[in-house]
Design a protein around this ligand. Structure first.
Ligand code: MRU
Length: 366
């Protein structure tokens, strides 16, 4: 299977052929089982986001966009005001699924604007426009990831010396399974393949990413299938890798970047950044502009999702590995201080500190 065939097989979100449901790959079953499922009711869509059947900030945005389009298509209303009230109820419900990834709210806001901009049209026209907007969000995500990949690939090319593989470390999964195609943190790697690099020209080290193992189950799975030299390590092994000189650069994704550059990403990311700072390794955040939240001044204001303790006390395959009743600390994300970030790679350009000015220069924000 070539990379393109693999991308098609694991498409995160699309409409089912008869447009009656969202067709998603159930990421909770990976890597053992590649299974697509159809989700159709409001509860199924909410639950798929909450339980990480579909996950990763951009993919959550795409799922929310198609989800609200689908739910809106079933609204029966007496005129526009009634339609909008029911639409808002569905939108608020989907928005309550996960708090940290701003793409969820960004996508739902974008869908909301479609309804407002069609205030003179019939509900049927609005329903059609909502599906068109969801298609646009998905297609833009492909192009945005590609643009991030081109910039990231430029950085990789600069690091390539004496025919040696470039050592890259990544945390969690900001790959094709988290987006509509190329991933964000993985986009530089996929673009490198397109630019003629062999899978052996780079060596990607994937943090397993406890507790839910997105690095092991998803990132190492997709990079391995793409033919990229990939090594999986436990999270507490990143330090020895960096110390031994195996890591030239770090690429991570993000769930929300505050105006000052503070970045929320999967729990453990800030530790990777602190280590990278210690060892003098460049640490890049790959951020579509939809993940940059200019309304959130600093990381302090980013809501961090707290998840079920079972995710810590039981292994992924549900074997108990801690005593019943033990207290558990299980935040799903942490915030990396902007001072530890070498650069934020957006589709519009590479940003450096001061990030608020750099983001504004690239046209983000009000
Ligand atoms: O809890 P998850 O699996 O949704 O967390 C995903 C991450 O933290 C990703 O790194 C982030 O969403 C960026 S995806 C391009």
């Amino acid at each position: 299977m070539n990379v393109e065939e693999f991308f098609n097989k694991v498409v995160t979100v699309r409409m089912s052929p008869d447009e009656s449901a969202l067709d998603i790959i159930d990421q909770t079953l990976l890597p053992g089982t590649i299974k697509r499922i159809e989700i159709s009711s409001r509860v199924e869509i909410w639950d798929a986001i909450k339980r990480l059947r579909v996950r990763g900030a951009p993919a959550i945005g795409v799922a929310a966009a198609y989800g609200i389009a689908l739910l809106a298509s079933r609204i029966e209303s007496n005129g526009l005001d009634d339609f909008y009230a029911k639409f808002t109820e569905e939108k608020d419900y989907l928005a309550s699924s996960r708090p940290t990834a701003v793409n969820l709210f960004w996508a739902l806001d974008r869908m909301d604007r479609v309804v407002k901009n069609h205030a003179d049209d019939s509900p049927d026209d609005i329903k059609e426009a909502l599906f068109a907007e969801a298609d646009a969000i998905r297609e833009e995500d492909v192009q945005i990831s590609r643009a991030i990949g081109e910039i990231g690939f430029g950085l990789l090319r600069d690091l390539k010396r004496n025919g040696q593989a470039v050592g890259i470390l990544t945390h969690c999964n900001a790959g094709t399974l988290a987006t509509a195609k190329y991933g964000t943190a993985t986009a530089p790697m996929y673009l490198a393949l397109e630019h003629g690099w062999a899978g052996t020209d780079m060596h990607v080290y994937c943090d397993e990413t406890r507790p839910l193992l997105q690095g092991a189950r998803l990132t190492s799975f997709e990079l391995y299938h793409a033919g990229i030299t990939t090594t999986l390590q436990c999270d507490n092994m990143a330090s020895i890798l960096m110390r031994s000189g195996k890591i030239d650069v770090i690429f991570v994704g993000c769930d929300r970047v505050a105006r000052n550059g503070d970045t929320a990403n999967k729990i453990g990311t800030s530790g990777v950044a602190i280590l990278a700072h210690h060892y003098g390794i460049p640490f890049y955040v790959c951020a579509p502009s939809s993940t940059i939240d200019m309304d959130t001044p600093t990381g302090e204001q980013i809501p961090i999702e707290m998840r079920n303790p079972d995710e810590v006390t039981e292994m992924w395959y549900r074997e108990r590995m801690a005593p019943e009743g033990v207290d558990v600390f299980n935040p799903a994300f942490d915030v990396t201080d902007h001072g530890l970030i070498t650069g934020v790679i957006t589709e519009k350009g590479l940003c450096h500190t001061p990030y608020d000015e750099a983001f504004l220069d690239l046209g983000m924000g009000p």
